[in-house]
Every structure is written in structure tokens, then in C-alpha cells.
Design a binder for this molecule. Sequence first.
Ligand code: ZN
Length: 361
Amino acid sequence: MTELAAFSDTYAEARKKFLDAARRAGAKISSYQHPSERGPAGEPLCLDVSVLGPGNASRLFVVGSGTHGIEGYPGSAVQRAWLRSRPRLPRDTAVVFFHGQNPWGFAHKTRTTEENVDLNRNFIDFGAPLPANPGYEEVHPLIALRDWSDAAVEGAFAGLDAFRERVGEKAFSDAFNGGQYTRPDGIFYGGARPQWANHAFRAALETHAGRAAKVAFLDLHTGIGPWCDHVYLCFHPEGSPARERARTWWGERAVNLQGVTHKKLATYSGTIIDAVAQMLPQAEVTSIVVEFGTLPRRDMQRAGLAQRWMRFEGQRDPVLASKVRREYEAAFYPAAPEWRRAVLEQSKEFIDRGVAGVAAS
Ligand SMILES: [Zn+2]
């Protein structure tokens, strides 16, 4: 039972456990505090960074949690449990954990930032024309529910199904969750400007990885994949050395989309992984997303609609909103002990493999 103590119910609890584990492991800690926003209990919101191993190591294995706020609860548990596992590092290698990459969403238990921005669509060049997503203009009126009920949600899905039939799976995924920059009250909104969390991430990455020769970045998420299992999303192009490294370190499943519950993955704009590649031109970069599966895709889409409804309409019906909130939280942060145990077991293995991989590459 004690291993499940790695999991937390609030951001403040998760942050404290992470910082305690990092200190006990002998890691160095830096914190980047949000200048104006606070958590629900008035607590400060920070991106916290732990560095275990030499600060000037030429090889770094970086693990990020909480890009999508609420998904940081399992991510934080993964980081804390690994720090407590008495890891032994290969020489000239450091393990860097970024805890709470979107701490506002983490503390307020939602995927997005204080401006309803999906941080994982926010790393675009805001000096250039914003990416267009004409398909989303068709999706938005279908999913922007004023009232929440099973009938209203079923109506939305009927519209979405008709749209998907017409445009096909890939265009549907691009429209639905590729990212959009026109509807601040929509889903997968990439923002009109860089978020504070974007600036904080860039500052932390520059400070901690700006001089390393080899950097691996693994971003922890939940919501895609089978229950109690994890899937890898590798965005390095087919045939690239980085993709081959991912295959060598984690096996074929790192690159073949094994277990991915989307029939076609969207082409995403502005991901945090894009930022890592752009910001570290000096380094040989290997990046990967790991998703722990929770519920089937349709339930996750329903959760996306619920998130939007809670934020923009839920205050009109607080009783219903708290019921919708429980369903939403369970979709991204399941309480089932078998799920939480699977997260800890599987993450220990893939982090150890990644550390060994970057040390040997
Ligand atoms: Zn995510």
C-alpha cells in the first residue's frame, strides 16, 4: 500500500512530496514561480526542477510532468517514486525532472492554463501567422454546449460522427485536437501569446540543458492508450537517427504506435517537444511522449467537452458542475489502485531504460 503514497490529492501535496524526495535523493532544486497566479488554497504555483547527478554532465535525461495540468498528478508520482528508488547514475549523466510544467492547471485540476490554453499547442512562433485549423470552425459549434446533459453530449457526438464520416479520420483528428488559435473558449486552444508556463519552461530548459551534448526529453501524459498500460508517441521523422535511438532504448513499441487509441493521430501544432528541439541546437536530442492509457477515446473526448463546459458554463449549475468534475478528474487521474501501481512499475522501467540509453549513445 505504501507505494501508492506517491500519489497526491492536491498540487501542494504533490509539490511537497516531490521536493522532499528530490532533497533526500541529493538532487539540486530550482523553482520558477508564477508571478501573479495562485492555487485554489492560495498556494504559490511553480515549475520545480530537480537535477540529480553532475550539473555539468554532458548527457541529460529530462522527464517533464504536468504539461497538461491535471495529468501532472500521475506524472508527479512517477517522478517522486523514481527519486526514492535509490537510482545509480551512469557517469557523466544527470537526470533532470521538470515538475508541474503547467502548475496552474495542475493545482486547479484541468488540462489548460489560466487562459484556457493547451500548453502543448502554445509553443508556436507568435511572430508568424498563427496556424490555421479550418476544420475546428466546424467542430466548435458542435461541442460548445451551453447545457450539460447526456442528451446534449449525445447530440454533440452525432454531429462529430457526421463530420468524421465526411472528412475522414485524419482530418477529424486534426480539426478536433490538432490545436486551434481562433476560439479562446474552445478546446485544444493554443493561445494568442506565449503563456507564463511557456516562458518558464524555456528558461528552465536553457539553464539546465543549454550546454549538454546529448539530451533526452520524455514528457509524461495520460489519456491515450489502453487502461493500465502506456504508449509512446515519437514525433521524430521516419528514418531519422533520433527515431532509431528511441527504438533502440525502448523497443519497437516506441515508434510503431502500439496501443494508441486514436485511429489517426493529429498533426499537432506548438508542442513542448517542438520547443525542446528548437532550443537545444547544440545537442543531440531524443524526445518522446509517454501516455498512460485511461479510458476509451470517446470518453476522453467527452472529458474534453466537459472541461470546456465546466470552465465557461459550469458556474450556472454548481451541483452539476461538481458531478461533471468528478467524471473529468477520473478520466485523467484514475484512483484505481491497479492503475496507479501499473504507472509506478512501468515508469520505473522506461525511465531506467532511457537513462541507460542516453548514457550509452
Ligand atoms: Zn496530455
